[in-house]
Write a new protein. Structure first.
Length: 281
């Protein structure tokens, strides 16, 4: 199949982060597309918009925008119509539905979703805390965590922790090593939700081999030996079961899917303080 070339113009009156995520999610549904992305954040004046419209005319394609100012919106829409180009405002249907449900008009305030409020600073704090508590570091402070992830080496603990931190959850993680038991405090924690991460032996061996190759290290060690890896996984699962920690199998899950399952467990725990025992997802 021939590769399709698409000029994609993204215009935002704020940082454009939301718009980029929407475009990325939509493009993921299509194969064989070479996208030339033109990103225009902080579009708040007619002069700025005029310069962008010249670029759009020279490189016609799809225009996607989040502009709340009625004047700049109207100019953009009229010029795109004159050029015969589609212009899409992806947030509009959601705003219209909310307006109908709530009985009020949306506030035309550029970048309002990015106001530096308490939630924003909480996320920043969570990210900093999580980075400082990666791979078993600073275990004395684990009681401050919202979540503690446990799992064998290369079971996606760190990337999942960082993703959760970006959602505002202080997340520590600890590697489960047969020869090196975790600090006793792990079994006495009360505030954080402890979640065990597991995976299939075949998948874990593949990930570990790739890791060793990237480091130019010998790929013939117990670290990637089938029986040794199977024992590691079994040891970790026994630990999880003995302590009644929920377990998530990450073999066929993306980081986002794993994090979503963990957040669901956190919400369940908050709604029902009695811990779930032996939950296996």
């Amino acid at each position: 199949m021939a590769l399709t070339r698409l000029h994609l113009h993204l215009l935002s009156d704020s940082t454009g982060e939301t718009l980029e995520n929407i475009a990325k999610a939509a493009l993921a549904q299509f194969d064989d597309v070479e996208t030339v992305r033109h990103f225009w954040p902080m579009v708040r004046t007619e002069t700025h918009l005029e310069r962008i419209l010249q670029e759009i005319a020279q490189n016609p394609g799809l225009v996607v925008y989040t502009l709340v100012n009625p004047t700049t919106r109207r100019i953009l829409e009229n010029r795109c119509a004159a050029l015969g180009l589609p212009a899409v405002a992806p947030i509009d249907p959601v705003n219209d539905a909310l307006s109908a449900m709530l009985g009020q008009q949306a506030k035309a305030r550029p970048g309002r979703q990015h106001v530096l409020d308490a939630a924003y600073f909480a996320r920043v704090d969570a990210i900093q805390w999580t980075i400082a508590h990666d791979d078993g570091i600073a275990w004395e402070e684990w009681e401050e965590a919202d979540i503690v992830l446990a799992g064998v080496s290369r079971s996606s603990k760190t990337p999942t922790s960082i993703y959760l931190a970006n959602r505002g959850y202080k997340t520590a993680n600890i590697p489960v090593v047969v020869e090196s038991p975790p600090p006793p405090i792990l079994y006495r924690l009360r505030n954080p939700l402890i979640v065990g991460l597991t995976t299939s032996a075949d998948r874990l061996i593949q990930v570990r081999r790739n890791r060793l190759l990237s480091l130019n290290q010998q790929a013939d060690t117990p670290y990637v030996e089938q029986d040794a890896v199977a024992r590691e996984i079994a040891f970790a699962r026994r630990m999880f079961a003995d302590n009644g920690w929920p377990v998530i199998d990450v073999t066929r899950r993306s980081i986002e899917e794993t994090a979503a399952a963990i957040v669901s467990l956190v919400n369940q725990r908050r709604a029902n303080p009695a811990p779930d025992v032996g939950v296996d997802l």
